[in-house]
Structure formats: C-alpha cells, structure tokens
Design a protein. Structure first.
Length: 135
C-alpha cells in the first residue's frame, strides 16, 4: 500500500513514484516551460550568476558579459516561469533565484554530464590503446 503522506522530495526520491504521471496536461506544460527556459546558455549564465545572491541588472551584466537588452529579455523569461523574482530597492531592481532547488537541479545535470564525458574519454583511451597495439 502506498503512503499518500509522502513529501514531494520523498516522492521524487522514490524510484517507483513518478510525480509527473499524476500531473494534469497544463501542469506538465508548466514543467516543460520551466525546462525550456533553462535550456539556453545565457539564461544558465544568469542563473549561475545569481547563485551568490540577489543582483541588479548592472551587476548581472558585469558578471556575465551579456548586453543590457539581452539580460533584461532573459530575466523576464526567467521571471515568467518563476525561476527568479524581482524586488524593487530604491531606484534599483534586484533579481534573485526563487527556489534554490534550481541549483541542485543544475548540479545533478552537470555531474551527470561530467560522468558521461569521463566515460567517453576512458572509452576513447581504450580504443586508442587497442589501435596502437594492432599497428
């Protein structure tokens, strides 16, 4: 019998539970939009920049090297899906990550890709060794 009082984290960690399977199509669309927004390099740079805390557009531009119009466009998209929030402080607007789980998500993906690259490197090294031994 399944325990319906599991937290979201417990459901996600339980390999037999798939939270997405019980979501409505509109909720799944929101999930897809979230991942779409994170699928662009400039937006990932902005997210990474905000890991250290809230920053205004000028500070984000300095850290990322992106142009002002570009940063503003990407911040708007990140805000639309709830990745960042904006807060007015005097004449400046500061942006910060809404929920730090986004960093955990990025870390999981980056670690997975790093492991894939290492495995590919090992496979190439083995192939080169075999090739070298046959010459």
């Amino acid at each position: 019998m399944k325990n319906s009082s599991l937290t979201i984290e417990e459901k996600v960690n339980n390999s037999q539970e798939c939270l997405m399977a019980s979501m409505s199509p509109s909720a799944l669309s929101m999930v897809a939009d979230f991942f779409k927004v994170l699928s662009e390099v400039s937006r990932l740079n902005i997210v990474c920049c905000l890991r250290g805390g809230a920053k205004n557009v000028t500070e984000i531009i300095e850290v990322t090297g992106l142009g002002q119009a570009n940063v503003s466009k990407h911040l708007k998209m990140l805000a639309q899906v709830g990745v960042v929030t904006r807060t007015q402080r005097g004449i400046n607007v500061y942006y910060e990550i809404t929920n730090p789980f986004v960093f955990q998500l990025c870390d999981v993906v980056c670690n997975s890709i790093s492991m894939q690259i290492q495995q590919q490197h090992q496979q190439l090294s083995q192939l080169n060794l075999i090739k070298k031994n046959h010459l």
